[in-house]
Design a protein around this ligand. Structure first.
Ligand SMILES: *Cc1c(COP(=O)(O)O)cnc(C)c1O
Length: 353
């Protein structure tokens, strides 16, 4: 793929890299490529970051035909730039697009687009512990048409945002509200796809949790409202009787890259990992009798998010608000590999050139 480059006249002033927050700042350039039903993918380009024009009847604005990915680039102590398992994101993007009837970007083109725009913006990668350059590849239906149908014109884009540490003083446990009415996904729906629509429909439950004083939602399955699926926008893992239990990816659970990596690290270290249905009753019972020793969410943005408080119906379970041993080990191992501090024996890192 030959990517054209359009230079911007004035570069932005860089933000204070010690106070980045999440998704507050965007870099100087972005990647864009169009797809037309009669031409396929065309005009890959790196252009100045800036607003896009939309026809008021653009399909995405009405029917939410949109998919995305979330990745991070890290700068190592010796100045190399690393991505973490970008092929996994490329392949998941294809599966999401197939579900939403959108064109699939070839894996090598997806990786090249990310590589080239990150390489161009290497001065925007923060280096303090916990910071990184967040990468957001996405695609949406662009042409104007009010009939519900696949589009004739899509845009594939990649934007970049330097982000701060999720945890300023080390890992911090969050409080979770178990949502037993609203659902995130059902088998046959779009739960396994990373698409904007899943998020639009999740906000109400998130607001409900916040209004009750909790920071995130634990989602139960959409049919029986019984089995634990995900936590907020992360996969969920529980340590029960020393074994790690996580929901299987069978249609309604998003197959996380972090989830997959942690399962491999855990098995490698001799832990038993069970990908199985876990009912909320079993979970609350384990919380009550003490066999539940750790609970956490996993995802690219936070890597790991320990659960300190779990609330279901009128019961509240407190995990002493401490960080578990396994949670800390997983955080240290993953971030160590991602930032080049630990040996990458799995071959997960990809050097941006
Ligand atoms: C992105 C996402 C995750 C985490 O996936 P990672 O690849 O680990 O970042 C989990 N659940 C949902 C619903 C997601 O959208």
């Amino acid at each position: 793929m030959k990517i054209r480059f359009e230079e911007r006249k004035v570069l932005k002033e860089k933000p204070d890299f010690n106070n980045l927050g999440f998704g507050k700042y965007y870099t100087d350039y972005m990647f864009m490529m169009d797809w037309y039903s009669d031409k396929g993918f065309t005009d890959p380009r790196i252009i100045p970051y800036g607003p896009i024009e939309f026809d008021p009847a653009s399909l995405v604005l009405h029917y939410a035909q949109e998919t995305f990915e979330g990745m991070k680039a890290y700068k190592t102590e010796d100045g190399r730039i690393l991505l973490f398992r970008p092929d996994m994101n490329a392949k998941r993007f294809q599966r999401s697009n197939a579900r939403l009837c959108m064109p699939e970007v070839p894996v090598e083109d997806f990786i090249q687009a990310v590589n080239d725009v990150v390489a161009k913006e290497k001065d925007w990668i923060p280096t303090a512990p916990g910071t990184s350059l967040y990468i957001r590849p996405y695609m949406f239906a662009y042409n104007a048409k009010l009939g519900v149908h696949a589009a004739d014109h899509y845009k594939f884009m990649v934007i970049l945002s330097p982000v701060g540490s999720y945890y300023k003083e080390g890992l911090k446990p969050v409080s979770i509200y178990v949502e037993d009415e609203l659902v995130r996904a059902v088998k046959g729906g779009t739960g396994y796809a990373k698409c904007g629509g899943n998020y639009a429909s999740s906000i109400l439950a998130q607001m409900k949790a916040e209004a009750k004083g909790f920071s995130q939602v634990l989602w139960l399955d959409g049919v029986e409202h019984k089995y634990v699926e995900e936590v907020g926008t992360m996969n969920a893992m529980f340590v029960i009787d020393g074994k790690i239990v996580t929901a299987p990816c069978e249609g309604s659970v998003l197959p996380g890259v972090t989830r997959d990596s942690m399962i491999k690290v855990l098995k490698d270290k001799g832990y038993v990992v069970e990908e199985r249905k876990l009912s909320i009753d079993e979970l609350m019972e384990a919380a009550k009798n003490g066999s539940l020793t750790e609970a956490f969410g996993t995802g690219t943005a936070a890597v790991i998010s320990p659960i300190g408080v779990l609330s279901y119906k009128d019961e509240v379970f407190f995990n002493n608000n401490k960080i578990g041993e396994i949670s800390q080990m997983l955080y240290d191992t993953l971030t160590g590999i991602q930032t080049g501090k630990l040996e990458d024996k799995y071959g997960w890192t990809y050097e941006v050139k």
